[in-house]
Design a protein around this ligand. Structure first.
Ligand code: NDP
Ligand code: OXD
Length: 314
């Protein structure tokens, strides 16, 4: 009985090494080398080559080694077995760190002070708003969005969320679906995006949406922070919105095409922080155990956790 490991873009050898060290009776096979497809019962993957899993007739479950499954389920040949995604406290903490880091950067006028320092000038702000004066809107109030919301709330920000179905149990106000979007945007100074990429969310971060963000906030204009997926955003609209002041600034961790091309105007756009899809790395030291525990439970006839709904795409 084999676990096939197919990792693209990250370091496959590191994953193979960690799976191999604690394989618990499974044979761990490397998708880059010859293997017997009939032996494969489980696959642990990140962006596998489309079609790679199609011929695995005894496959019982696929473990996506990241939280977002858009790249995996875009493969029309994917076998109809459960797809499990990553939900892990370490990954969640990393994302919350990123979100807090970027929110504070914009809130505490990071660009202003960096430029003053580069000119060796002492330039205090006339008016630093308090956290409670700044309204943060989190699009996507799932595992990652909820944790970021709690951390920002503890810092004193005025936080609300937006999700597909709403959440009556949330400790921040939640706006739901298309009906709630306008009101959510109208009360948002810093928009934090932690949505999955699905047919419904593709291209949602566009000129029409930016124009509906609050214009009466204490930061002087709305800010976009996207760590969800690049396919959510229309980059030409972001560049135009930064140029004409519809957006005051942005932090982008994800892009329509990755890596971001060196000639993209985003690199030089005003008030933009660019990171290379590094907001929350999947750490094999943590996640191999998560996958192997689930396989053990599955072998014992128990249900898998965090199975993706292929209809909604997340
Ligand atoms: P979850 O599945 O837990 O949460 C998704 C959230 O998005 C839910 O609140 C869901 O609403 C909401 N949502 C989905 N579709 C819509 C829609 N059409 N309209 C409104 N809301 C919608 O995902 P996670 O929080 O675990 O992860 C979110 C995303 O973060 C991942 O899919 C991935 O793309 C990205 N990511 C990026 C990383 C990086 O390094 N940049 C690292 C890890 C993840 P509802 O609650 O109603 O279902
Ligand atoms: C993820 C990612 O989805 O790293 O986990 O982007």
């Amino acid at each position: 009985m084999s676990l096939l490991v197919a990792v693209t873009g990250w370091q496959p050898d590191m994953w193979l090494d960690h799976f191999g060290r604690s394989a618990r009776g499974l044979t761990v096979v490397d998708a880059r080398a010859p293997y017997d497809p009939a032996e494969v019962r489980y696959a642990a993957v990140w962006k596998p080559k489309p079609g790679l899993l199609a011929g695995l007739v005894h496959l019982e479950a696929i473990f996506n080694l990241g939280a977002g499954v858009d790249a995996l389920i875009a493969d029309a040949t994917l076998p109809a077995v459960p797809v499990v995604r990553v939900v892990d406290p370490d990954l969640t903490r990393r994302m919350t760190e990123y979100v807090v880091w970027q929110v504070l950067h914009h809130h505490r006028a990071g660009f202003h002070f960096h430029s003053a320092q580069s000119e060796r000038r002492w330039r205090p702000l006339a008016d630093q708003p308090a956290a409670g004066d700044v309204r943060i809107g989190i699009m996507g109030l799932g595992v990652l969005g909820r944790d970021a919301a709690s951390a920002l709330r503890r810092l004193g920000f005025d936080v609300a969320g937006w999700s597909r179905r709403g959440d009556a149990a949330s400790d921040v106000p939640v706006f739901a679906g298309a009906a709630g979007l306008d009101a959510f945007l109208a009360r948002t100074d810093i928009l934090v995006v932690l949505l999955p990429l699905t047919p419904e969310t593709r291209g949602i971060l566009n000129a029409g949406l930016f124009a509906r963000l609050a214009r009466d906030g204490r930061l002087g204009g709305p800010v976009l922070i996207n760590a969800g997926r690049g396919g959510l955003q229309v980059e030409t609209d972001i560049i135009a919105a930064l140029a004409d002041g519809t957006l005051l600034g942005a932090s982008l961790d994800v892009f329509e095409a990755e890596p971001l091309s060196s000639d993209s105007p985003l690199w030089a756009a005003p008030n933009v922080v660019i990171t290379p899809h590094a907001a929350a790395d999947s750490d094999p030291r943590r996640l191999c155990g998560y996958v192997l525990d689930q396989i053990e439970r599955h072998r014992a006839g128990l249900a898998l956790d965090n199975v993706v709904d292929r209809m909604t795409g997340y």
